[in-house]
Design a protein around this ligand. Structure first.
Ligand SMILES: NC(=O)C1=CN([C@@H]2O[C@H](COP(=O)(O)OP(=O)(O)OC[C@H]3O[C@@H](n4cnc5c(N)ncnc54)[C@H](O)[C@@H]3O)[C@@H](O)[C@H]2O)C=CC1
Ligand SMILES: O=C([O-])CC(=O)C(=O)O
Length: 346
């Protein structure tokens, strides 16, 4: 019983902390702008807890939950929570337009997850088509929305989205994001454990892409600084790269990360909303159109603003180990990007 009430207290402080930080930043509670967030795939393993977390976010005024099945129940359930946003559920393609109309941020966790033994690329055949269809609808109904792509393989689904938007004449590279926040969340957690520092104080950039060796955590830039051995850094890097597989194996056929992904997705969407609202210095890692390397898309730190990407930040100084990792990831990332572009144009 005591445990339940302390959990409730933490959730309450999470929602009110965000409101009070808004007030400190010069918004009155009345002047927080209206923002519509749409979640596509909202009845799924990620979609449901993500819907919950977005319902707790005081920056959201309208929460639109879309899936091909089961959204009315999820929406009815979440809508009873006494927070700011109005919740609507939409089900089936004929309701997709309504779900998207007027959206400021669209989060996409629609598609199939991995089972043990699969790579993220093994999801391409099913998820590429799902993402393509959803992006065609975004181009039609909310071409100015910030798109947060969660569906895997992110290294290919983001280029697919870009091509769909280019064809529709709506592409704005500042508004398309591959969500790699879970890699950062994992890198922070694993580093804090190994370095024995408070996890809440940890920062670690993660660059590259979102699959296996394309995930490159930059532990040489981690703060607070710790004197870790090369062996420790290698183990931390591998664990971060294999974090998704660790969960897939532990779930033993029942899907991949959902709860930690919902948390990560909620953090990234919150950062997008803060940027749109003009909050300064909002920086998160994301897989975006990029000139940081010779690859057309690359994850690195991104400053978010009123139009989406305000600035794609560089990599900063890399250790020799990280320089080697960067060169090794490029061919795989390049071919995943090309696969996405080719699919969208066939
Ligand atoms: N970017 C990242 O870090 C991560 C990405 N993922 C990816 O997220 C995706 C979703 O994972 P889960 O939620 O666990 O899967 P899930 O199978 O539990 O849920 C997916 C949902 O998408 C819905 N869906 C299917 N086709 C749709 C369409 N055309 N329009 C709207 N909704 C549609 C399904 O009905 C289902 O409710 C997977 O591709 C997974 O690999 C998962 C974890 C982390
Ligand atoms: O591993 C997967 O298939 C899901 C995912 O992207 C992650 O957990 O990072």
């Amino acid at each position: 019983m005591r445990r339940t009430s302390s959990v409730l207290r933490s959730v309450k402080s999470l929602t009110t902390a965000s409101s009070s930080s808004l007030l400190r930043r010069g918004f009155s509670s009345e002047s927080v702008p209206d923002r519509k967030v749409a979640v596509l795939g909202a009845a799924g393993g990620i979609g449901q807890p993500l819907a919950l977390l977005m319902k707790l976010n005081p920056l959201v005024s309208t929460l639109s939950l879309y899936d091909i099945a089961n959204t009315p129940g999820v929406a009815a359930d979440v809508s009873h929570i006494n927070t700011r946003s109005e919740v609507s559920g939409y089900v089936g393609e004929e309701q997709l337009g309504k779900a998207l109309e007027g959206a400021d941020v669209v989060i996409i966790p629609a598609g199939v997850p991995r089972k043990p033994g699969m790579t993220r690329d093994d999801l391409f055949n099913i998820n590429a088509g799902i993402v393509k269809g959803l992006c065609q609808a975004i181009a039609k109904y909310c071409p100015n929305a910030l798109v947060n792509m969660i569906s895997n393989p992110v290294n290919s689904t983001v280029p697919i989205a870009a091509e769909v938007f280019k064809k529709a004449g709506t592409y704005d590279e500042k508004r398309l994001f591959g969500v790699t926040t879970l890699d950062v969340v994992r890198a922070k957690t694993f580093y804090a454990g190994k370095a024995n520092v408070p996890v809440a104080e940890v920062n670690v950039p993660v660059v590259g892409g979102h699959a296996g060796i394309t995930i490159l955590p930059l532990f040489s830039q981690a703060t607070p600084k710790a004197n870790l051995s090369d062996g420790d850094i290698n183990a931390l890097t591998k664990r971060t790269q294999d974090g998704g597989t660790e969960v897939v194996e532990a779930k033993a056929g029942k899907g991949s990360a959902t709860l930690s992904m919902a948390y990560a997705g909620a953090i990234f969407a919150d950062a997008c909303l803060k940027g749109l609202n003009g909050v300064p210095d909002v920086v998160e890692c994301s897989f975006v159109q990029s000139t940081v390397t010779e690859l057309p898309f690359f994850a690195s730190k991104v400053r978010l603003g009123k139009n989406g990407v305000e600035e794609v930040l560089g990599l900063g100084p890399l250790s020799d180990y990280e320089k080697e990792g960067l060169e090794k990831l490029k061919p795989e990332l390049q071919s995943s990007i090309e696969k996405g572009i080719k699919f969208a144009n066939q």
